[in-house]
Design a protein around this ligand. Structure first.
Ligand code: AKG
Ligand code: FE2
Length: 341
């Protein structure tokens, strides 16, 4: 706003000096005409003198005020429009990207923490989008897996999750343990787990490559889950997925977050874009697309949110990695999930 007032001040000063010049100019002209008409009588001189000593006529004053109003209005519009979001599209659905990376400065606390893990320190913090790590076929199979699992539960609000590791599944307003109520081999196959493990390993390699890490210094960590988002009204706070958050604040163990999208923005659902809320009101947007992987450092440098889904169903997998071995989790296996008696 300071700029607005500075500009306004400059404008008013410019305007008053113009008025002054105009008045000076008038005096000069008058003296010129005096020289060319030496016989002007005393009465006319008196009238001229009294005209110059009078206040300025009202017409220029109106012009000044009109200009002030116009300039002020323009500056206010400029001020408010410039304080609105600036959009950066990191990856749109129509794009097909290999490794589209955007570097950002690491948050100091993230850097301090991660610096303790040799081989797990990013070359720079940031985000990367990759459309060729997970194939379309793998994405379709993972989508089918997610639908099968979620068909046994499903939240009453707009967000449902399925965690293949723990068996946590949204059901109504709560989470249930899927593996305690069913024999897992009734719904999932060995191939499902093999696919899940293959995909998560490919993602781990891709994260390591893009952030220049040693892949074996990264460990899968929890929670790692499938998500299904719809436009249904939120029932519990868990349904409010659209709030800006920092993954590392929510989950202490996270150092790298990755997302695999199983459906596409624009065709399978509307809304639901992934947004990094960057400094200076910049919104950096990733449009979810089937098979697209988005990965980022999990610190405060990557504050983010998911837009509300307004139509359709959005499926994704959150796959998270840590540098801290004690937070590592094993890959899920079909065998270890037995129906509890
Ligand atoms: O599904 C997404 O795009 C992001 C989800 C997310 O922010 C999270 O799981 O922490
Ligand atoms: Fe997140």
């Amino acid at each position: 706003m300071a700029q607005v007032f500075t500009l306004l001040g400059v404008f008013i000063m410019t305007n008053s000096s113009t008025s002054l010049k105009r008045r000076k100019g008038q005096t000069k002209d008058q003296s010129k005409s005096k020289k060319s008409e030496p016989q002007v009588d005393a009465q006319a001189d008196e009238i001229r003198e009294s005209r110059f000593s009078e206040p300025l006529p009202t017409f220029p004053k109106q012009r000044v005020w009109t200009r002030i109003v116009v300039v002020l209005g323009t500056l206010i519009v400029v001020y408010f429009t410039s304080s609105q979001d600036k959009i950066v599209n990191l990856a749109k659905v129509k794009d097909s990207v290999n490794n589209r990376k955007q570097d950002v400065n690491c948050a100091q606390d993230y850097l301090d923490e991660v610096s303790e893990y040799k081989g797990c320190i990013p070359s720079s913090c940031g985000r990367v989008v990759m459309d060729h790590v997970v194939t379309n076929e793998e994405a379709d199979l993972l989508l089918d897996l997610a639908k099968r699992g979620l068909s046994l539960g499903g939240g009453s609000g707009g967000a449902s999750i399925l965690d293949l590791h723990s068996g946590a599944l949204s059901k109504g307003d709560v989470f249930v343990d899927l593996y305690s109520s069913i024999n897992v081999s009734e719904i999932f196959t060995l191939e499902d787990f093999a696919l899940y493990i293959r995909v998560r390993r490919k993602i781990q390699e891709a994260v390591a490559m893009n952030f220049k890490l040693q892949s074996d210094k990264l460990y899968l960590t929890k929670p790692t889950f499938f998500s299904r988002l719809t436009a249904a009204k939120a029932v519990t706070p868990h349904d409010e997925y659209w709030h800006p958050h920092v993954d590392k604040d929510t989950y202490k163990s996270f150092h790298y977050t990755s997302l695999v999208y199983l459906t596409s923005y624009g065709s399978d659902f509307q809304g639901g874009r992934f947004i990094f809320d960057d400094p200076d009101n910049v919104s950096t947007i990733v449009e979810p697309k089937k098979g697209r992987v988005s990965a980022f450092t999990s610190g405060k440098e990557n504050l983010h949110r998911v837009e509300k889904v307004v139509q359709g169903t959005r499926y994704a997998i959150t796959v998270s990695f840590t540098c801290e071995k004690k937070y590592a989790i094993a890959d899920p296996t079909l065998k270890s999930k037995k129906k509890k008696q």
